[in-house]
Design a protein. Structure first.
Length: 475
């Protein structure tokens, strides 16, 4: 009466295990679906970010050219305007732009003063000419009235004075013509300098507009950077939440494995010597198959050891533990690099603010600050390259752990085959029950393998490998 009750208890336990397995299958399907959705969302986000980065790179190149031009105070543009005037070009070629502006203003001021002086002298000469003409008219009338009365000496004196006045008049006329030509030249120069000043004012306004566009683009870039940071923070929070859920599931699975291990220990039976003597021949055949399977298992273990260049299984486990520790170290370095990247982004933001504050100043001391900003951008690029290299190293270590895990799964499958070979030596009367129990155990092992597939850490792979080895050796 005791044996059927035990069978009923085992059947109830197996049915409970099957219900749990069905539940976990649904969880696994949901997990795979969520993984696919996250992967598709990540690819879409990557495409959007790459497009935005390409457009931002073009804008950054254009604005760097503008900043370099402003750093040099747009000297090339000023010299290009002075190409048609060789005298000014040769005189101001070696000067800086603000010195060129001051020299042009000084030259224009000097010529305006000279022009005013000439105007004053012209007025003076005109007054003098008018007075001489009046005296000439008075003298001519006097000569006409007193021509007959005056002696010849007086006539000669008047003729001499007339000739002198005519000579002075001609001299004044020549001086007037020369000053008139000089005035025309000065008018042309004044027009030229007025046009040059207008061009410089237009250039200044265009540069101010360009600087406004640069500030707007910088603000847009910083806003986009803040949005991307918030998205990545949200993604990291989701990943941490999923990892916590995984750890909870793994703890529950480990508890169930411990229960199965206790249940398997309770199912171990001790056969009598008489039955063992009857089935000696069958045991010999089973032992031969078991030996061949063990040889095949040893070959697999040696291949894994050769791949890792170790001598024993203990060294293999130590190597896997070392790789897990290296992975943790690399993750720590990645966190440090991420912190450094955040610090550099903050420095870049401060540098952009400094550049906006210094955009209207033309002092030479500002060039050192701009060079410091360029150095900080170079450091950001170097840190990005370091981060990329660390990600590639983590990816290579992950691929290595996946290969190790595949080898351990093949070892687990071989151990399950060895377990099936031992199960063939049991009683003939209980064949149907044994077949049912074997099918249930195979399904349990498959589900355990699927649950273990959720864990990508090397230490968890080692734990599952040790657990399966203990189960198979005890059975």
């Amino acid at each position: 009466m005791g044996r059927p009750r035990a069978l009923n208890e085992t059947q109830v336990k197996t049915w409970l295990i099957r219900d749990k397995i069905n539940r976990y299958r649904g969880v696994l399907k949901l997990h795979a679906r969520e993984k696919k959705l996250k992967l598709s969302q990540a690819t879409k986000l990557k495409l959007l970010v790459s497009r935005k980065i390409a457009s931002l790179e073009v804008d950054v190149k254009r604005h760097r050219e503008i900043v370099n031009d402003l750093r040099n105070d747009s000297k090339q543009h000023v010299l290009r305007l002075l190409d048609n005037y060789r005298r000014f070009y040769l005189a101001f070629n070696h000067l800086k732009p603000h010195e060129i502006y001051t020299a042009i203003y000084q030259d224009c001021d000097l010529k305006r003063r000279f022009l005013d002086k000439l105007y004053y002298e012209k007025k003076k000469k005109l007054k003098l000419g008018i007075e001489l003409q009046l005296e000439h008219n008075i003298l001519s009338t006097k000569l006409e009235e007193q021509g007959e009365c005056l002696p010849n000496c007086e006539q000669q004196r008047l003729v001499a004075e007339l000739q002198r006045s005519i000579a002075k008049y001609n001299i004044a006329k020549d001086i007037y013509s020369t000053y008139w030509s000089m005035l025309n030249i000065l008018r042309k120069d004044a027009l030229f300098f007025d046009t040059l000043l207008n061009i410089l004012k237009e250039d200044q306004s265009s540069q101010c507009k360009v600087m406004l566009k640069v500030t707007v683009m910088g603000q847009l870039a910083t806003e986009n950077l803040d949005d991307i940071r918030q998205k990545y923070k949200q993604m990291s929070r989701n990943v941490l939440h999923n990892m916590k859920i995984r750890e909870k599931m793994l703890t529950t699975v480990r508890c169930e494995v411990k229960d199965l291990w206790a249940y398997a220990q309770s199912l171990v039976r001790v056969e009598s010597v008489h039955i063992f003597a009857k089935k000696k021949d069958a045991d010999v055949i089973a032992n031969k198959t078991l030996e061949s399977q063990l040889v095949y298992l040893e070959n697999i273990c040696t291949e894994v050891k050769d791949a890792f260049l170790v001598r024993s299984h203990h060294d293999l486990l130590l190597r896997l533990e070392n790789q897990s520790e290296q992975r943790k170290i690399l993750l720590g370095r990645l966190d440090v690099n991420l912190k450094n990247r955040d610090v550099l982004w903050s420095k870049k933001y401060q540098a952009v603010q400094v550049l906006e504050n210094l955009k209207h100043s033309t002092k030479t001391a500002d060039q050192s600050k701009i060079n410091g900003i360029c150095d900080m951008l170079e450091q950001i690029r170097i840190e990005k390259n370091h981060e990329k290299n660390f990600k590639e190293q983590i990816k290579s270590h992950g691929e290595l752990l996946i290969n190790i895990r595949a080898a351990l799964q093949s070892i687990n499958a071989m151990l399950l085959c060895v377990k099936d070979g031992k199960g063939a030596t049991k009683k003939v009367g209980n064949k149907k029950e044994l077949v049912i129990n074997d099918k249930e155990n195979v399904e349990e092992q498959d589900v355990l393998a699927e649950i273990n597939g959720m864990d990508t850490d090397g230490t968890k792979v080692i734990f599952n490998y040790d657990l399966n080895m203990k189960l198979n050796l005890s059975l």
